[in-house]
Design a protein around this ligand. Structure first.
Ligand code: ARG
Length: 445
C-alpha cells in the first residue's frame, strides 16, 4: 500500500478543500487496509448499479458499457495482484473508482450518479456477510457430518456421563458426540437465519434520503441476489445489526466449540486417558520429552476470547449512534473479518483433530464402572420392585454407595449380604442392573 501524503487534494470529495489532510488525519480516516476485502462485492454492486443507470436512461448504453468493461478490468487487476491499493484514497470504494478513471477516463465519474458511499458500503458489506454466513454454515455442516459418523462408530463405547464434572450416569461416547452435533445444528441455522434476515438491499438509499433520479432499487436488489430493497433509506444506510448478529452467531458457535475443546483437553490427559490425539494435531514440549500437548484444542478454547471481544466491540461502536451514517461505522469491518477468520480456523482445527483422534474404550468403560455411575439404577430398582417412594430409595442407595466407598469397591463388587444389611428386601437380581451397558440400554428409547 503506498502512502502519497502531500499532493492529494482528494479528487472524490476535495472540491471545497484548500489543502490535503494531515498525515495523521489520513491515517485515522483510511480503512483500505481492512476493507480491501470487500473488493469483489464492490465491483458486483457497481456493475448492478451501472446496469440500472443504463436501464433507467440516466447514463447512456455506451457509457454503461465503458464503465462495466473498466470494472471488469479493475477486478482482474486485483485478482492478479497487480492493483495498487492507495491509503490516500481512503477505502476500497474510492480506490476502485479512481483506478476506473485511470482506465476509462472521466466517464468513470458517472458511476456515482444516484449513489453514495453510504449505501455502497452497506451493500458491499451485506453481500460479504451474506457470503460469510454461507461459508460458515457449510463448514459447520462438515463438522456435523463427521460427528454423525463418529457417533455411529462409537455407539457402543460406554463412558461416564458427568454433571458437575463428577461421574453421574453411564452414557455412550456416541451419545456425547451427538450432543455436539445438535448444538452445531443450532449454530448452523443461526447463520442461515442471519443470512435470510439481512438479505434486503440498501443500494439506492444514497446518502440517507434516497435520490431524485428515477432509479429502480428493486432491479439492483434482484441483480445482487437480495430479496428486495430496504424500505426506509435512513435505516438502509445506518443499520449494522446484521453485522452484530453475524458476530453473535460466530461467538456462539465458538463458545460451543470451546466446550468440546475443553472436553478434548480433559479426555486426552493421562488421568482420564479417554482419547489420544494424533501426532499431527498435537505438539511437544521443548523441555519435557514425555509431553504431548493438545494445543489446537487449547487454542480453540482460547479463541472464544476474540470472538466474544469482537461482538462487544461492534455493539459498543453502535450503541447510541444517531441516525443515519456516522464514520464510527467504518469500524464495523475489522471485527467481522477477524471473527470470520477465527471461526474458520477453529472449525477446521476441530474437524481435523476429531477426525484423526482415537478413543480408548477400556479406559472409558472403567471410569464408568468405578464411578458409581449405576447408583441411579439401584434407586430405580428399589422403586420398581419394593414400591419405595423415590426419595427413600435415593437415601437407601446413598447408604449403599457410602458402603462401597468405605470398602473401596465398585457397586457390583458389594456382596448381597452387605446390601441386605442396609435394605433386607434386596434380592440378587439387582446385580443385573448394576451393569453399565444394561443401564444405557434401558434408557435408549
Ligand atoms: N469507508 C467508509 C466506511 O466503511 C465508507 C463510507 C464513507 N461515507 C462517508 N460519508 N464518509 O464506512
Amino acid at each position: 500500500m503506498t502512502q502519497d501524503t502531500k499532493d492529494t487534494n482528494n479528487k472524490m470529495w476535495g472540491g471545497r478543500f484548500e489543502t490535503a489532510p494531515s498525515d495523521i488525519m489520513q491515517k485515522i480516516n483510511a480503512s483500505i487496509d481492512v476493507d480491501y476485502r470487500l473488493w469483489r462485492q464492490d465491483i458486483a454492486g457497481s456493475k448492478a448499479h451501472c446496469e440500472m443507470l443504463v436501464e433507467q436512461d440516466i447514463i447512456t448504453v455506451e457509457e454503461g458499457a465503458a464503465i462495466t468493461q473498466g470494472l471488469d478490468l479493475v477486478a482482474s487487476e486485483i485478482e492478479e495482484g497487480k492493483f495498487e491499493f492507495k491509503v490516500e484514497l481512503e477505502d476500497i470504494h474510492m480506490n476502485i473508482e479512481s483506478r476506473l478513471k485511470d482506465l476509462i477516463g472521466d466517464v468513470a465519474g458517472k458511476l456515482h450518479t444516484a449513489r453514495s458511499r453510504n449505501d455502497q458500503v452497506a451493500t458491499d458489506f451485506k453481500l460479504w456477510v451474506r457470503w460469510a454466513c454461507e461459508e460458515q454454515s457449510a463448514k459447520i455442516e462438515i463438522l456435523q457430518n463427521l460427528l454423525e459418523d463418529l457417533s455411529d462408530k462409537y455407539d457402543d463405547f460406554i463412558m461416564p456421563g458427568f454433571t458437575h464434572l463428577q461421574v453421574a450416569q453411564p452414557v455412550t461416547l456416541g451419545m456425547h458426540l451427538d450432543a455436539y452435533r445438535h448444538m452445531l445444528e443450532r449454530d448452523r441455522t443461526r447463520f442461515v437465519d442471519c443470512h435470510n434476515r439481512l438479505n434486503k438491499s440498501p443500494l439506492g438509499a444514497c446518502a440517507l434520503s434516497g435520490t431524485g433520479f428515477d432509479t429502480d432499487r428493486e432491479m439492483t436488489a434482484h441483480a445482487l441476489g437480495f430479496d428486495g430493497a430496504m424500505e426506509n433509506t435512513m435505516d438502509a444506510v445506518s443499520a449494522r445489526d446484521f453485522a452484530v448478529e453475524f458476530l453473535f452467531c460466530s461467538a456462539q458457535c465458538g463458545l460451543n466449540l470451546s466446550r468440546l475443546a475443553e472436553e478434548i483437553i480433559l479426555w486426552a490427559t493421562p488421568q482420564f486417558g479417554f482419547m489420544t490425539l494424533s501426532d499431527e494435531w498435537s505438539t511437544g514440549s521443548s523441555i519435557m520429552p514425555q509431553k504431548k500437548n493438545p494445543d489446537a484444542a487449547e487454542l480453540v478454547r482460547a479463541k472464544t476470547g476474540r470472538l466474544n471481544g469482537n461482538l462487544v466491540q461492534l455493539m459498543t461502536v453502535m450503541k447510541a449512534l444517531p441516525l443515519a451514517y456516522n464514520k464510527d461505522m467504518q469500524e464495523d469491518k475489522f471485527s467481522v473479518f477477524e471473527s470470520f477468520d477465527t471461526l474458520d480456523l477453529c472449525l477446521k482445527a476441530m474437524t481435523g483433530m476429531l477426525d484423526s483422534a482415537t478413543f480408548n474404550k477400556e479406559a472409558m468403560h472403567n471410569a464408568a464402572e468405578s464411578g458409581y455411575a449405576t447408583a441411579t439404577e439401584i434407586a430405580d430398582w428399589l422403586v420398581r420392585n419394593l414400591n419405595m417412594p423415590f426419595r427413600d430409595a435415593h437415601y437407601v442407595t446413598g447408604r449403599i454407595v457410602k458402603m462401597a466407598e468405605e470398602k473401596g469397591c465398585r457397586l457390583d463388587e458389594l456382596g448381597l449380604a452387605d446390601m441386605q444389611g442396609i435394605e433386607t428386601r434386596i434380592t440378587d437380581d439387582i446385580y443385573e442392573y448394576l451393569n453399565c451397558e444394561k443401564a444405557v440400554e434401558s434408557r435408549r428409547k
